[in-house]
Design a protein around this ligand. Structure first.
Ligand SMILES: NC(=O)c1ccc[n+]([C@@H]2O[C@H](COP(=O)([O-])OP(=O)(O)OC[C@H]3O[C@@H](n4cnc5c(N)ncnc54)[C@H](OP(=O)(O)O)[C@@H]3O)[C@@H](O)[C@H]2O)c1
Length: 345
């Protein structure tokens, strides 16, 4: 591990310098990594591991688009592509990369094949942390490990192909074999992580659920709508309201933040903008602080997990979700957005 200074706080991280690919290959030389689930995260991790020279097989239920996708990606039935049961039998590391709802359904099959000394690998702490609700309680004689890439499986693959990587967190929840750390770090390096930082299953899922309900998705959508509606109530056109709320942020300002930080984005705006933003930043933070506290409590008490699990149980879950998403798409702000996108030069 290397000590690194993050804003004055020292953290230990792992990079390919501390844990080279050659070491990762050695650690996993006698392991069969069964990637269970070929949705979004499954393909990214499986293909990167395979290209890095690891022994990978896929477990996926047959007769669905994901099975066909696996075949298109070069996996061959009965060679390295199997049903979930067969892949879990053959694998020594079982990477549980089904959707969180799918994990509940497939758990009895996987549990059956989770024999002594194997490792159960996750990319999310959900199933284990909320196991009073998910029923995912593994035996004591296996390793339980996690690598959670901080981004989509699609980006994991694309960045790998460009010779770059996504940062990931890692955790060892149960180290039955004593090889848990080596196994998890080798997998983290093998899937193409940038740097790896340590977490626990709980911290991973608490931060992830908070982040996606908060700034990454929920809060940003809510704050976009609030500002857009305020401008519209005061007689501004959709074009003006959308450009001032979304287009300028995504096209001009966030790329500057990504490149060089928030102060640099501020530094590249007018003094009028800087003065106002520096003042109003505190008011907005104070307004949403209590909402974040409420959100975090809803996450740690398991309420968010319960809502998610309940919603996923309904057979028409997809249909209902599509209806809600189309409601978002058909609202004025996002219809205005579609028009603005068309007009981009
Ligand atoms: N999305 C990401 O990029 C991302 C990022 C970080 C971590 N993760 C974590 O990675 C894991 C996988 O996420 P994901 O987004 O890749 O999931 P996903 O795309 O929703 O995964 C779908 C997979 O689960 C299978 N599945 C769903 N329900 C099933 C059932 N009842 N029985 C058997 N198989 C079922 C699907 O098979 P069918 O096609 O046959 O339904 C497909 O293989 C999750 O723990 C997630 O939190 C995901």
């Amino acid at each position: 591990m290397a000590d690194m200074n993050f804003g004055g706080v020292i953290e230990q991280v792992i990079t390919r310098d501390e844990f080279p690919m050659t070491k990762a290959r050695k650690v996993l030389a006698n392991e069969t990594i069964a990637i269970l689930g070929y949705g979004v995260q499954g393909p990214g991790q499986a293909l990167n591991l395979k290209d890095n020279g690891f022994n990978v097989i896929i477990g996926q239920r047959k007769g669905t688009p994901s099975w066909e996708k696996a075949k298109r990606d070069g996996w061959v039935e009965n060679k390295d592509l199997f049903e979930l049961d067969e892949a879990s039998k053959r694998g020594t590391i079982l990477a549980f990369l089904l959707s969180d709802a799918g994990q509940l359904a497939a758990w009895p099959t996987v549990r059956n094949n989770l024999t002594q000394g194997k490792a159960l690998y996750f990319s999310h702490g959900f199933g284990i942390t909320f196991n009073d609700q998910t029923g995912i309680v593994p035996p004591l004689d296996v390793d339980i490990i996690l690598v959670a890439p901080k981004g989509s499986g699609t980006s994991l693959r694309r960045l790998f192909q460009q010779g770059k990587g996504l940062n990931s967190s890692f955790a060892v929840h149960q180290n039955a074999t004593g090889k848990g750390y080596d196994r998890v770090l080798a997998l983290g390096i093998g899937i193409g992580s940038g740097y790896l930082f340590e977490t626990s299953f709980k911290k991973e899922v608490y931060s992830d659920l908070t982040g996606e309900r908060g700034v990454l998705m929920g809060a940003i959508a809510g704050i976009f709508e609030a500002q857009y509606n305020c401008l519209r109530r005061n007689g501004h056109s959709p074009s003006e309201a959308f450009n001032e709320t979304v287009e300028e942020l995504t096209q001009s300002l966030m790329p500057l933040v990504a490149e060089n930080g928030m102060d640099w984005m501020y530094a590249n705006c007018s003094t009028t903008a800087q003065r106002g933003a520096l003042d109003w930043r505190h008011k907005f933070r104070a307004a949403v602080d209590p909402v974040f506290d409420e959100l975090y409590q809803s996450v740690v008490t398991g309420k968010e997990a319960s809502i998610t699990i309940e919603a996923g149980k309904h057979p028409d879950y997809r249909k209902k979700l599509d209806k809600e998403l189309s409601g978002l798409r058909e609202s004025e702000i996002w219809r205005a957005g579609a028009q603005v996108r068309k007009l981009r030069p």
